[in-house]
Design a protein around this ligand. Structure first.
Ligand code: EPU
Length: 344
């Protein structure tokens, strides 16, 4: 195990925030998970799990052990008439894995193409796009449980998957995700109901084309983090009551909204931000992207404080106009490496 000191995390977080970690280790195997945890206990350091760095907000100085997950490998576990079960290392790149499933004629994940990050982070916020959430195709998640000090397999039904949510969010310091076990379909069951996906596919109703159209739509709206550092959607789409919706509709009859199963409605945060004048607007070097107002971009050398100044200004303006408090999606860390609540 090679523990390094004073490691710059800027290349490892897609918002490109300057963040110096006091201790850093790359994790290639489940054995090194245990070794790293012991090291942190001995040194009295908190542990920060770093995956693809595409959903985190880091402070400039971090006194913690950063465990950078790099467990590789894809293994077939089982097969029946309709499905194949595969176990995937947490460090596999998510998008490459999705492309690989399509090549293998395994179906379900095509709508989730081009989402940044690594496989191990996918269950944490139950990544979702274009009508599919990853939890639908997860059989179990293999973790190291830091409370019980043992490896464990958590079945999907115990992961409490919901919109941008799972058990891993409730208890963020408990589990180190090592592998994810997926159950994928052998026959395509294409989900094309989202927006203009169906029209975009025209006559070629294949899983490969679905994947290509998802990639095309994402590329046309979402900034490439290499050019415009970002963490994808910066805010969650708020879920409100039907009654509150009716109230908002009095002033904003065209507000995009999506009914949920429990009678609530999901509102498009991008639309709220757009309406409040923030689409393409910047405060110093941080702003909301001009093609998709939901994405916050670091246009220069912003620090966490700059990012906070911008998103809090967005929250204030949206709240003033719609009486809705937007909730940030990325996870905020303090200088001790612990997750903390966002201040509005
Ligand atoms: N809208 C605007 N102005 C904008 C952006 C959006 O008016 O600047 C309106 C659109 O016209 C549309 C609605 O808002 O009516 C929804 O927009 P869109 O279809 O682009 O999707 P979204 O709700 O903004 C969500 C996910 C994305 C995911 C897409 C597609 C969240 C927080 N975001 O975005 O996820 O790719 O749907 O399924 O749920 C991510 O999490 O990083 C991410 C990109």
């Amino acid at each position: 195990m090679n523990i390094q000191q004073q490691v710059q995390l800027k290349p490892f977080n897609t918002l490109n925030l300057d963040a110096m970690a006091s201790h850093y280790v790359k994790i290639h195997s489940i054995e090194s998970v245990v070794d790293a945890i012991h090291f942190a206990q001995k040194q009295q350091l908190n542990i920060l799990i770093l995956s693809g760095g595409s959903n985190m907000l880091l402070p400039q100085h971090l006194h913690a052990l950063v465990m950078h997950m790099d467990i590789q490998g894809i293994e077939f576990l089982a097969e029946d008439e309709l499905t194949k079960t595969i176990k995937v290392g947490a460090g596999q790149v998510w998008h490459d894995f999705v492309l690989w499933t399509t090549e293998q004629q395994l179906y379900g994940l095509q709508n989730l193409a081009l989402i940044p990050g690594l496989v191990g982070a996918s269950p944490v916020q139950n990544i979702g796009a274009y009508g599919v959430e990853v939890g639908e195709f997860i059989e179990s998640v293999e973790v190291y449980d830091r409370h019980l000090n043992q490896f464990n397999s958590i079945q999907a039904q115990d992961c409490t998957f919901a919109y941008r949510h799972s058990i891993f969010k409730n208890d963020p310091n408990r589990y180190v995700i090592c592998h994810v076990v997926f159950k994928l379909l052998k026959n395509p069951d294409l989900k094309m109901n989202y927006g203009d996906l169906k029209t975009a596919m025209a006559d070629e109703i294949t899983a490969k084309n679905l994947q290509e159209q998802v990639i095309r739509i994402r590329q046309s709206k979402l900034p490439d983090p290499q050019t415009f550092p970002n963490v994808g959607s910066f805010f969650k789409n708020p879920i409100i009551s039907e009654q509150d919706l009716q109230q908002i509709k009095l002033n904003a009859p065209n507000i995009p909204h999506y009914p949920q199963n429990d009678g609530h409605v999901k509102i498009a945060a991008g639309w709220l931000i757009d309406q409040s004048g923030w689409k393409g607007k910047r405060l110093a070097q941080v702003g909301m992207f001009d093609k998709q107002a939901l994405v916050l971009v670091n246009y220069a050398e912003a620090t966490l404080e700059d990012v906070q100044a911008t998103y809090q200004a967005v929250q204030r303006d949206v709240f003033k106009q719609f009486n809705i408090l937007l909730e940030p999606e990325p996870v905020l860390f303090n200088e001790s490496g612990l997750i903390q609540a966002h201040v509005s």
